[in-house]
Design a protein. Structure first.
Length: 194
């Protein structure tokens, strides 16, 4: 799947919770979706932890990104991550993004992200200027919204194993971005899926 022609594409590397976890989170978010219609809630298919957003790269650079993800995945063992806690960026006073964080395993995710950052930097992609903060973006806010009301959102902890690194292509579309799988790399060198 990796490699290809000459056009520019938008790419990111992520960890995706298993489908059952994303569906459980979506069920929890049902009340939120009904109550806050000014928020564009992410679909089940788009819930993920971004480890590195590369932005636009050349299609021929995709192989390098995939090799970096595969190298890092092979060096790290699977681990448990627990979702919990809800917040807003940049703050509850001025909310633009609603996210779900981690209550356990976030430090392991940060180690994985740091190794990926090192590998991509060595491959010529530079480093992300922003500090890594493990979170799932669940909604984007359009217009004015009373942030303090959002402060009451809560998620019961949901535990799941982190077992793969995913390389995704993001294509901008009128209804929001569309994701295409470009590579999937098992942690600890388990069976590989592409």
């Amino acid at each position: 799947m990796c490699g290809g022609g000459l056009s520019a594409i938008r790419v990111f590397v992520a960890v995706e919770p298993p489908l059952a976890v994303r569906e459980e989170l979506w069920r929890i978010m049902a009340l939120w979706r009904a109550q806050w219609r000014l928020i564009r809630w992410e679909s089940v298919a788009k819930l993920h932890f971004t480890l590195r957003f590369l932005g636009e790269i050349k299609e021929e650079e995709m192989g390098t990104v995939c090799r970096a993800a595969g190298t890092v995945a092979a060096r790290c063992e699977p681990f448990l991550l627990e979702l919990g806690g809800v917040g807003c960026y940049p703050s509850f006073r001025n909310p633009r993004v609603v996210w779900v964080g981690t209550v356990r395993g976030g430090e392991r995710l940060a180690v994985l992200q740091g190794l990926l950052e090192d590998e991509l930097s060595a491959a010529g992609f530079g480093r992300d200027s922003r500090a890594f903060s493990p979170h799932l973006t669940v909604g984007r806010i359009r217009g004015a919204l009373s942030g303090p009301r959002l402060a009451g959102l809560a998620v019961q902890p949901i535990e799941f194993p982190v077992e793969r690194l995913e390389v995704k292509q993001s294509t901008l579309a009128p209804g929001g971005s569309l994701y295409t799988d470009r590579g999937s790399y098992p942690l600890g060198g388990q069976t590989r899926k592409e």
